[in-house]
Design a protein around this ligand. Structure first.
Ligand code: UDP
Ligand code: MG
Length: 335
C-alpha cells in the first residue's frame, strides 16, 4: 500500500550564549522525538550572535545528525528577530518554537502535534506556574498582559510565551510582518488562525542565566504596547482636555474673586506654582508619548533589514539517527 508522505516539523530554537545547556537540550528533545516515528523532524537552531561556543556545538551536531539546520545571525538581534530568521527558512508543515534552556518542556511536543492533527493551527503552551522566577517577574508579567489586553481589540493570550506549534499557514503569515520593532506575542495574536491553549508548568532554567533583565523586559513591554495600540496618544489628548477644562473653571473663579469687592487678587503664589508644575509635567509626558510613536515611525521608515545572517546551513528533515532510513515510507519500522 502506498503511504502518504510523512509530515515534516521544524524545531525552531533561538539561542544566545546557550553553550551550557545545548547538549542537555538536544538530548531531552531527541528523547521525545524518537517517540514520534510518524513525522520527519528538523532542528533549526538560530544563533543570535552568541559569543560562546553555541554555534560550534551545533556545527558539530550537524556532522552527526543530518536533521540539524543552523542559521547564524551576524550579531545579537534579540530573540524576536532571531525567531523571524528561523521562520524565514523553515520549510516544513509545522514549526515548533522552543527555548534552548529547557524552560519549555519538550514533553509537551507530542500533545502539541496531536492538537495540530485535530486541526488547530496555533497550539500555544500556557503557563500554569512559573517555578524559579521571582515574585516580581511573575506579577509584572501578569499585570502587563492585563493592561495590554484592556487596551487592545485583538485578544491576547495571557501567560503565554513563544513556546508553540505553528502550522505552515501561520508561519507564512508571520513572515509577512517585517517590522523591525518586533513583538512576537503581539504578532501571534494579530495573525489570527485557529488557536488553542495547552496548559503546562514552567520549569526553572536547566543551566546558565537568563538573557533578559528588567531593562530589556521593560523595553519589550513598551514596544508591545506601542505596536499594539495608539491608546497612549489618545490618553494624553484626554488628559489635555480635562486639564484645560479644569484650568478654565479655575480661571473663572479667579477673575470672579478679583471682581468681587473685598476679594483678594494678588496672593496665590503656591497655587500658581502648583498649576505651572502640574501642567509642565503633563506636557512633558504627552511629548514623551508622542516621541515614542515618532521613534517607531522613524525606525520603520528606514526599512532596515530585520536581521542579517552570516551563515545558513540547512539539514534535511528526517527520523532520529539509527531509526531507519530518511527516505519517507521506505522503512517499515513504525508498526
Ligand atoms: N535569546 C535569544 N536572543 C536574545 C536573548 C535570548 O535568542 O537576545 C534566546 C535564549 O537563548 C533562549 C530564549 O531566547 O533560548 C529565551 O531566553 P531566556 O531563557 O534568557 O529568557 P527567559 O526565559 O528568562 O524569559
Ligand atoms: Mg528562559
Amino acid at each position: 500500500m502506498q503511504e502518504p508522505p510523512l509530515k515534516s516539523i521544524s524545531i525552531l530554537v533561538p539561542m544566545f550564549n546557550e553553550e551550557a545547556v545545548l547538549p542537555l537540550f538536544y538530548e531531552a528533545v531527541d528523547a521525545v522525538l524518537t517517540q514520534l516515528p510518524g513525522y520527519r523532524f528538523e532542528y533549526l537552531f538560530v544563533d543570535d550572535g552568541s559569543t560562546d561556543g553555541s554555534a560550534d556545538f551545533v556545527r558539530s551536531l550537524a556532522q552527526r545528525d543530518p536533521r540539524v539546520s543552523l542559521v547564524v545571525l551576524s550579531r545579537n538581534f534579540g530573540k524576536e528577530r532571531a525567531m523571524l530568521a528561523g521562520l524565514d527558512v523553515a520549510d516544513t508543515d509545522a514549526t515548533i518554537v522552543i527555548d534552548a534552556d529547557l524552560q519549555d518542556p519538550p514533553s509537551l511536543i507530542p500533545k502539541m502535534i496531536e492538537l495540530w492533527e485535530e486541526g488547530w493551527q496555533d497550539v500555544y503552551a500556557q503557563r500554569r506556574s512559573r517555578a524559579g522566577e521571582s515574585w516580581l517577574k511573575r506579577s509584572t508579567s501578569r499585570w502587563y498582559y492585563r493592561v495590554l489586553q484592556s487596551v487592545s481589540r485583538v485578544s491576547i493570550q495571557a501567560d503565554t510565551g513563544d513556546f508553540r506549534l505553528l502550522d505552515r499557514d501561520c508561519v507564512m503569515a508571520l513572515r509577512r510582518y517585517r517590522e523591525s520593532e518586533r513583538n512576537m506575542k503581539a504578532l501571534f495574536s494579530l495573525v489570527g488562525f485557529r488557536k488553542i491553549a495547552l496548559p503546562f508548568d514552567r520549569d526553572p532554567r536547566a543551566a546558565g542565566g537568563t538573557k533578559f533583565n528588567y531593562w530589556k523586559l521593560g523595553n519589550l513591554a513598551v514596544d508591545g504596547i506601542t505596536s499594539f495600540t495608539t491608546l497612549p496618544l489618545r490618553l494624553s489628548s484626554i488628559i489635555g482636555v480635562i486639564v484645560s477644562l479644569a484650568a478654565f473653571v479655575y480661571l473663572v473663579i479667579i477673575v470672579a474673586r478679583a471682581l468681587i469687592p473685598g476679594g483678594e487678587s494678588v496672593a496665590g503664589y503656591p497655587s500658581l506654582m502648583a498649576v505651572i508644575l502640574f501642567l509642565g509635567g503633563v506636557q512633558l509626558l504627552s511629548l514623551g508619548v508622542i516621541g515614542e510613536y515618532i521613534a517607531r515611525i522613524f525606525s520603520e521608515t528606514k526599512a532596515r533589514p530585520v536581521y542579517l545572517t552570516s551563515e545558513v546551513r540547512l539539514g534535511t528533515p528526517g527520523h532520529a539517527p539509527g531509526r531507519g532510513d530518511d527516505v519517507p515510507g521506505a522503512a517499515g519500522h513504525d508498526g
